[in-house]
Design a protein around this ligand. Sequence first.
Ligand code: MN
Length: 319
Amino acid sequence: MSTKEQISALLLKSQSVLILPHIREDGDAAGSSLALALLLKACGKEAIVLYSEPLVPTLQFLPGGMVYTEGMELPAYDLCVAVDCAAPDRIGSRLPLFENAPHSAVIDHHGTNPGYGDVCWVEGSSAATGLMIYDLYIAMNIAISPASADALYTAIFTDTGGFRFSSTDARVLRTAASLLDAGAHHTKIYTEVYERVSPQGYLLTARAMSKTKMYFGGSVAIICLTQEDFIAAGEKTENTDNISSLPRTIDGVELSVLLRESKNGEIHASIRTKARINAAAIALSFGGGGHERAAGFTVKEPMDTVEEKLLAAIEACMH
Ligand SMILES: [Mn+2]
């Protein structure tokens, strides 16, 4: 694994940088990537953030970035940076852009990151990749503009669940305070991210809650959302971030899983845990990864099979 110094040296010697946040961009992936692009521009570099798909409505207030389409024309770049991508598959169909770049780098905060790219800077102890980008600004002595502050605040605010997850430490709050000093619009960001839902998303949440199944004496909650549920609710996007943490709030539940069927038939699992059970360990056994309290994996198997295997894996963890 590499260091912050190695990353800043590589950034400084590059002229044109392509930045790739992870697929199904969340606030940390998008905010960290945009803030990195602004840092590079402040250093006189060219930088483009290339999304795998359009940002979800709750993040569309973030300015900048382009959406990748296969075969699109891109300006030449000498460095490609994967941001918040725990493993190469999180780069999705843009992976060739990363693999064929003259130089490649990774900036990530997932402890399960195996290390890939020429330079790979991973801090498993950071609550968000946004904190690492903030540290880069400080280390490289670049002033944080209000736009950078908004991007970084969004990254940190969303990855800590609005400063509620156990990952919220003094560093998170100190950094957030500095970002307010730098002009972050925290009320606007909170309202955009957490105080809005589409009527379809609202219906999908209702369906998800009514489909919650309890196991192991009420200590495990599992929701299976199929394509049928998305169609019935009229929800076109597959954004279920607001649903995955809900069952964990039920009294007695120590572990919850949202199994979501995507249009291509893959099953995506979002695992959330309270104390005792390590979500990342379970996700790893299915080829995924993540953090102790929040992890996930993707497999191409029938929903019932995934649920069965998952219950067996959870049972093994509980003993
Ligand atoms: Mn993150």
